[in-house]
Write a protein that binds this ligand. Structure first.
Ligand SMILES: Cc1cc2nc3c(=O)[nH]c(=O)nc-3n(C[C@H](O)[C@H](O)[C@H](O)COP(=O)(O)O)c2cc1C
Length: 364
């Protein structure tokens, strides 16, 4: 298995743990993955909910919680760490600024056209920064658009790109009707994006690794997608059922207990489809139940909090803390394959073993 190189950043294993909110991947999971040689990623979305009294000042709570988790992760590992920031969050620039101030190795940014230097980020912060910028997209077209925009504006391009296909957990960048369309299968998306990156690699004389995400559960999936040109994989679901994952045991058990048919798509209040494990709370919302929203702060730019039936940040945080009757778990299409809780070390060893046995099988 080849290591991953993003610019001057060397990563021993081509395995990136996907950032998972709300409060599913914090310093615990991220540092454990980084210690094994992969990239551990803290999810910044609504991270302030982990601070006592966050309702009084959500913005400040987000800032202090992100700083706290980055520092904690750094104290637990010398490995490579990232922060996942959604462009759709109201305080995107605050989250980016803190990640840069804390000298995080990589920022993963989903979804949309973003600037390397929004107006509130001082030049001095970027001048000597070694932080890598990696956008997450759902199509080759979107990747090209971002790279073209940066090339024209800065004469510079992002350091790598994550392509997330329709089998992923959490919010999805596809229309509900397109989720099963083969045109949007991960192998197709990866091949197309690898081709789109070639002109940028030639123009700037660099390598732009394409990273595959969505539905990669074992080493066989990993090996397969790398044959289409992916240089690394970004895995979320498989890391939820680890001891080190920062979610409650109830959240992890929702994966262990679920069957294939329990993994379903909801219309998230933020206007995107989301993949979740079906439970009583999900059934209630599907049947028209509405939980009044007392929004302390509009955390997502796209959320119409006066009209939504429930607060998704609250529902996700409830489940992260074990209150599954007032929330639900986000999960990838392969979550039903989980049979036990393992350590991150065991999980990564399994992935490597499965990858290698598949590689040898192909070679025979
Ligand atoms: C529980 C869960 C929470 C997630 N939360 C976020 C998030 O807050 N922001 C984001 O950009 N992606 C999020 N994702 C997507 C992951 O970062 C990753 O891209 C995805 O999990 C890959 O697919 P897989 O789950 O099939 O491995 C989440 C995924 C899961 C399973």
């Amino acid at each position: 298995m080849e290591s991953l190189q993003i610019g001057d950043l060397h990563i021993k294993l081509p395995i990136i743990q996907g950032g998972m909110g709300v409060a599913i991947s914090l310093s615990g999971l991220a540092s454990a993955v980084a210690n094994e040689g992969g990239v551990g990623v803290i999810s910044a979305v609504a991270i302030g909910m982990t601070e006592p009294g966050y309702e009084k000042n959500f913005r400040e709570a987000n800032k202090s919680a992100l700083r706290r988790e980055i520092r904690k992760a750094k104290s637990l590992t010398d490995g490579v760490l990232g922060v996942n920031i959604m462009l759709a969050v109201t305080d995107y620039e605050d989250m980016l600024r803190i990640s840069l101030e804390e000298k995080i190795d990589i920022v993963f940014i989903g979804a949309g056209l973003f600037l390397r230097k929004p107006s509130s980020i001082p030049d001095s912060l970027l001048e000597n920064s070694k932080t890598k910028f990696v956008p997450k997209v759902s199509s080759a077209k979107a990747a090209k658009l971002i790279f073209q925009y940066w090339a024209n504006k800065y004469n510079y391009v992002p350091d790598a790109v994550v392509v997330e296909g329709p089998l992923a957990g959490g919010h999805l960048g596809f229309k509900k009707d397109d989720l099963e369309n083969q045109k949007f299968s991960l192998p197709n998306l990866i091949s197309e994006t690898v081709s789109e990156m070639v002109p940028f690699e030639q123009r700037f004389g660099i390598k732009i690794p394409v990273i595959a995400a969505g539905g990669i559960y074992n080493g066989k999936d990993m090996y397969k997608i790398m044959q289409f040109g992916a240089k690394a994989v970004k895995i979320g679901t498989r890391f939820v059922t680890t001891y080190e994952c920062d979610a409650s045991m109830e959240y992890k058990e929702s994966y262990l207990k679920c069957r294939k048919e329990d993994i379903t798509i909801i219309d998230s209040p933020v206007g995107l489809p989301g993949r979740v494990v079906l439970n009583d709370f999900v059934k209630k919302i599907q049947n028209g139940y509405a939980k009044p929203v007392k929004c302390p702060w509009k955390c997502l730019k796209t959320c119409n909090f006066k009209e939504v039936k429930y607060c998704i940040a609250e529902a996700l945080f409830n489940s992260a803390r074990g209150n599954m009757s007032e929330g639900f778990s986000f999960a990838g299409s392969n979550a039903y394959k989980a049979t036990k809780i393992q350590t991150v070390k065991e999980t990564i060893n399994d992935l490597i073993f499965e990858y290698k046995s598949n590689m040898y099988k192909m070679a025979i």
